[in-house]
Design a protein around this ligand. Structure first.
Ligand SMILES: Cc1cc2nc3c(=O)[nH]c(=O)nc-3n(C[C@H](O)[C@H](O)[C@H](O)COP(=O)(O)OP(=O)(O)OC[C@H]3O[C@@H](n4cnc5c(N)ncnc54)[C@H](O)[C@@H]3O)c2cc1C
Ligand code: SF4
Ligand code: SF4
Ligand code: SF4
Length: 417
């Protein structure tokens, strides 16, 4: 019997899935079994559109269609949970399985806290994520740094710190470090991301830790919930999935790689946040950048934290109508409402037509608020800071300032006796 906390090597027994799968095809065969056994009514996954730079969200209800959705698309920078809220009634009446990266999993929890998604009806199979690359930048990077026509590339992968492409006539790899030094590589929010193994999902799947003869042919699965354990067990029983215990050395390597990735995320946070400057310089930078805003509202409609029917930024009492750029208040409203819960998914930056580094500004604030209040977004159903104010912690915070007002020692509380 599989149980929460187990680690496995897993691979599919379905020949069609195997052909297209990134590794062992565990994710796709588990979805196939989940549909066939009616564990879920539908599966929302990412599949290849026009080419490998085009990742499109796809709702599948026919298990025979699933093989077409296997494989990882590293240019798939999109976020799925808000689509479920918008197009599938927040999974209120339908059980939906979703393949999630860390940022998708975090967004699910934030939407669920705000009652926009019924998490009881969501089944999450997580994929470990070292980062994703914006499609347009990937094309430019392949043309400039690899000197390869992006249209001839038929496979891309990130392996052992290299971004590797296979194209008509060969393959080439360049280290992600080198690419990022030259302004290419992963999105900036991905560089700062520390959600590498999405353990808040039901299962967390990846390639880290698969060594020996199974390398590249099996998926490493960490079982994160009873629901996940049951699905693995019944897929094995049905014969669609095979599993074995992982190589202990592989387990150790996986832990080390995850640790190294988290450290790298920390390094990028330091670099990016320092780059924002301090005090008035920081304010000036944020005001200058945001003065390119054309009020398209993409950042608001894509953000998993924004759930309001009418955004306050549309209320003329706060932000004058009919003028661009909007008053700085537009951005202050976003900061005030989102910063405590930002999951650093990068959508607000990725989709901004004026290329305003929205995610960087928000994430810089979130990290400080997390240090101050200890609230970690996207990992549990713990309520947002302002939705759950506790008398005891309010008293403690005031007492820690050593004052009877909140004017001083807020950022350097008096050490506890
Ligand atoms: C952007 C990205 C980065 C990754 N980086 C790492 C890493 O650094 N280390 C590691 O151990 N594993 C990483 N993975 C996970 C790994 O590549 C495999 O997806 C995973 O191990 C499952 O393998 P499989 O053969 O069982 O999956 P398959 O059966 O091939 O299924 C893959 C599933 O992923 C979905 N998918 C594809 N692209 C995306 C996307 N962009 N966003 C969300 N879902 C998607 C597909 O729809 C499908 O459901 C990454 C995956 C992605 C998408
Ligand atoms: S934010 Fe994190 S989980 Fe999301 S795509 Fe980037 S690296 Fe992956
Ligand atoms: S503010 Fe931006 S980065 Fe943060 S959760 Fe919203 S869309 Fe994602
Ligand atoms: S996406 Fe950019 S331009 Fe559009 S409203 Fe947001 S900050 Fe302004």
């Amino acid at each position: 019997m599989t149980k929460k906390g187990d680690m496995l090597y897993a691979w599919t027994n379905d020949a069609e899935i195997q052909k297209k799968a990134e590794l062992g095809g565990a994710v796709t065969s588990l979805w196939k079994h989940a549909l066939e056994s009616k564990t879920v009514d539908a599966v929302l996954v990412i599949s290849k559109g026009k080419d490998l730079y085009d990742a499109k969200p796809t709702l599948v209800t026919d298990p025979a269609q699933l093989a077409n959705t296997a494989g990882s698309l590293h240019c798939g920078t999109l976020l799925l949970p808000k689509l479920i809220k918008k197009y599938f009634g927040g999974a209120e009446t339908m059980k939906i399985g979703v393949t999630v990266k860390g940022c998708d999993a975090m967004a699910f929890y934030e939407l669920a806290k705000r009652k926009q998604i019924n998490l009881d009806n969501i089944f999450m199979i997580g994929v470990n994520c070292g980062g994703s690359v914006s499609p347009v930048l990937a094309r430019k990077m392949i043309a400039d740094k690899y000197e390869v026509d992006p249209d001839t590339v038929h496979k891309e992968e990130i392996d052992k710190g290299q971004f590797i492409i296979e194209y008509e006539g060969g393959h080439k790899g360049i280290t992600v470090d080198e690419l990022e030094e030259h302004g290419y590589g992963r999105r900036s929010n991905c560089r700062r991301c520390k959600m590498k193994v999405p353990r808040q999902a039901d299962l967390a799947c990846g390639n880290w830790g698969v060594i020996g003869p199974r390398a590249g042919k099996a998926t490493f699965v960490e079982v994160c919930s009873e629901k996940g354990a049951n699905l693995v067990d019944s897929a094995v029983k049905k014969g669609i999935l095979a599993t074995e215990a992982p190589n202990p050395k592989g387990l150790e390597i996986r832990g080390k790689v995850e640790g190294a990735m988290i450290k790298l995320g920390e390094k990028w946070r330091g670099k990016d946040f320092t780059g924002l400057g301090e005090g008035k310089d920081r304010l000036k930078k944020i005001m200058t950048e945001t003065s390119r805003c054309i009020k398209c509202y993409s950042c608001i409609s894509a953000c998993p934290i924004c759930y309001c029917v009418d955004c306050t930024t549309k209320n003329p009492v706060y932000v004058k109508s009919g003028t661009v750029p909007p008053d700085f208040m537009f951005h202050l409203i976003r900061f005030a409402h989102i910063a405590d819960s930002c999951v650093n998914c990068g959508q607000c930056q990725e989709l901004c037509p004026s290329e305003i580094p929205n995610a960087l500004f928000m994430h810089a604030q979130q990290v400080e608020l997390e240090k101050m209040f200890g609230h970690v977004p996207g990992v549990s159903m713990e309520l947002p800071l302002h939705a759950f104010v506790e008398e005891r912690s309010e008293r403690a915070r005031l007492s820690n300032t050593g004052s009877d007002m909140i004017y001083e020692n807020v950022f350097n509380p008096v050490p506890k006796k």
